[in-house]
Design a protein around this ligand. Structure first.
Ligand code: ATP
Ligand code: MG
Length: 297
């Protein structure tokens, strides 16, 4: 159990009452069975050790945990908290994760996020900007990263269910999607993750480093893009499901022929980008004179 998981379970345990008491006769086979059944039903339980019980609560906790295949979350005074993950553990939160370069973020990204949020009944969407590749660590690229982040913040500022996660942006090592998603699963065991991507990413996914490791960590929500129609998408989805046991759903969002590349090009040609990006982003691009040359296309 990670420190985060333990902290989370401890906070939940504060709100529950003990459902068993261990007294003078200490442990009995009946008690083990009852505790095990209770864990099956509610995963997290509290047990009170009464004053007339001669055994040490910590030792008792270890014994019961061993017999019920559960974990000791904590022992406070004479209270024992045990946890055992249920077989069909219902996720408490459903999180959509949208990875990308967001150079800059545009309404294609936002629309995908909003449709995923609505249609898959997600609780939050986390925008996950990637950092700079290790060979691109100049001052210029650091500035560009700060701009990318700022523009995401501006674009999502009035959407409380949209968040930004800087796990990949703030690290000096290159982040792989599988490892970030594994980290999220470890850090937030109460969450179920949905990775949102466009068709181009779905068709390129086998080229991603350690891509097979991504599949157990999330359900992929794949949106159509460019020339990929529903049939082509469904074929690719079936192929990845059968070959790798991936969980993938088609995300039906309006098709928008928009990319960050187009926006950078238009900006470099001094053409307008209004309506392709939120006004706040378009103003930011103007104010900071971003994408004024063809250098980064
Ligand atoms: P660039 O042109 O620089 O590659 P981009 O518009 O493709 O930028 P990314 O940051 O590369 O944006 O994309 C992040 C994710 O969003 C990817 O999974 C991509 O497929 C998806 N995406 C971006 N734009 C669209 C769009 N218009 N329709 C569907 N998916 C999109
Ligand atoms: Mg792209």
């Amino acid at each position: 159990m990670t420190t985060k998981q333990r902290a989370y379970l401890k906070s939940l345990a504060m709100k529950i009452e003990p459902i068993f008491q261990i007294g003078k006769s200490s442990m009995s086979p009946g008690l083990t069975e009852a505790v095990s059944e209770a864990l099956e039903a509610r995963e997290l339980i509290k047990i009170s050790v009464l004053n007339n019980c001669g055994d040490d609560p910590r030792e008792l906790a270890e014994i019961i945990a061993g017999r019920t295949r559960s974990q000791v979350v904590q022992v406070i005074g004479k209270k024992i908290v045990l946890y055992r993950e249920g077989k069909d553990h219902p996720a408490i939160m459903r999180i959509g994760v949208m990875g990308g370069t967001f150079d800059p973020i545009h309404i294609g990204h936002l629309l995908l996020a909003e449709f995923a949020y609505e249609d898959f009944k997600l609780d939050e969407i986390w925008f996950l900007p990637n950092g700079n590749p290790p060979h691109k660590k100049t001052d210029e690229s650091k500035k560009a990263l700060a701009h990318r982040i700022k523009m995401i913040e501006l674009a999502i500022s009035d959407m409380p269910h949209f968040k930004i996660d800087l796990s990949e942006a703030e690290t000096d090592v290159h982040s792989y999607t599988y490892s970030t998603m594994q980290k999220f699963n470890r850090m937030y065991p109460e969450c179920e993750f949905y990775f949102i991507l466009g068709a181009d990413s779905l068709f390129a996914i086998e080229e991603w480093r350690y891509f097979k490791e991504i599949f157990p960590t999330c359900t992929i929500l794949a949106a159509m893009r460019d020339d990929k129609d529903v049939r082509t998408m469904q074929e690719q989805i079936s192929y990845l499901k059968e070959r790798y046991g991936a969980k993938i759903e088609l995300l039906r969002a309006p098709l928008l022929e928009i990319s960050s590349t187009t926006i950078r090009k238009r900006a470099a040609m001094r053409r307008g980008i209004r309506y392709i990006v939120p006004d706040s982003v378009s103003n930011y691009i103007k104010e900071h004179e971003l994408y004024q040359t063809n250098e980064f296309l």
